[in-house]
Design a protein around this ligand. Structure first.
Ligand SMILES: Cc1cc2nc3c(=O)[nH]c(=O)nc-3n(C[C@H](O)[C@H](O)[C@H](O)COP(=O)(O)O)c2cc1C
Length: 212
């Protein structure tokens, strides 16, 4: 059995990346070989990453009483790390909003972007990726066009995810689907989105076949 963690990072019912998530889930739902767990970043209890967590670490060490938010953030971080540990394949369905990823997805990343867990430094100070055996599928939608060389540096959603999960954690990005330009070119929107959903279906079917 292959464990697949699907991270849903959009709560707009009409979001294109929400529909990519729906299409992926619909395609894999009958597989007996994939054990699919969903992590919905808009439904999980995820306090913002910051001093509450660092205070909680300090208090744990000194065996002091934790506040409610400190307990919640420790539990949330552990839950996110457990979800990543268990997964053989991670699938992210996420939009480009305001040139980047939704804040709730950022919080998930903040929880797992952890020295000794997803990466470390060796004695010479080189970055060591700690999760090279895991595979990743990135499903992303963006209304504008960012493939052109003059626009690519502005894009901090797909590039960020690729840098974090591929570049720092060392996971292998086995597939990606990027739907783009449907807002910039409204006359072509329907065709752009339909072609993208077909690609999502293909990627999902390939995953099912690969682990059958
Ligand atoms: C809050 C919000 C912010 C957005 N910001 C951008 C942006 O900075 N650049 C862009 O090209 N499109 C932007 N869009 C359009 C989305 O990229 C587009 O809707 C795409 O399909 C991904 O979002 P969705 O999955 O929620 O539909 C934005 C959409 C929303 C809802």
């Amino acid at each position: 059995m292959t464990n697949v963690l699907v991270v849903k990072a959009n709560n707009r019912p009409d979001g294109i990346s929400t529909k990519m998530y729906d299409t992926f889930m619909e395609t894999v739902k009958d597989s007996n070989d994939l054990n699919v767990r969903v992590y919905d970043v808009f439904k999980e209890d995820m306090p913002y990453f910051g001093q509450d967590l660092f205070n909680a670490f300090g208090k744990m060490q000194n065996e002091e009483e934790l506040t409610d938010v400190e307990k919640r953030i420790l539990a949330a971080k552990q839950n996110a790390m457990d979800a990543v540990s268990e997964a053989d394949v991670l699938v992210f369905a996420f939009p480009l909003w305001n040139l980047t990823i939704p804040a709730a997805l950022q919080t998930f990343i903040d929880y797992v972007y952890s020295a000794g867990f997803t990466f470390k430094y060796d004695a010479e100070g080189n970055l060591v990726q700690l999760m090279p055996e895991k595979k990743v599928i990135l499903l992303n939608a963006r209304g504008g066009l960012y493939s052109a060389p003059e626009m690519a540096p502005m894009e901090m959603s797909y590039n960020y995810m690729q840098n974090v999960f591929g570049g720092v954690f060392g996971m292998e990005i086995i597939e990606n689907v990027i739907i783009e330009g449907h807002n910039a070119n409204p006359q072509q929107a329907e065709a752009i989105v339909a072609a993208g959903m077909e690609r999502v279906r293909e990627v999902a079917q390939k995953l099912v076949a690969q682990y059958a």
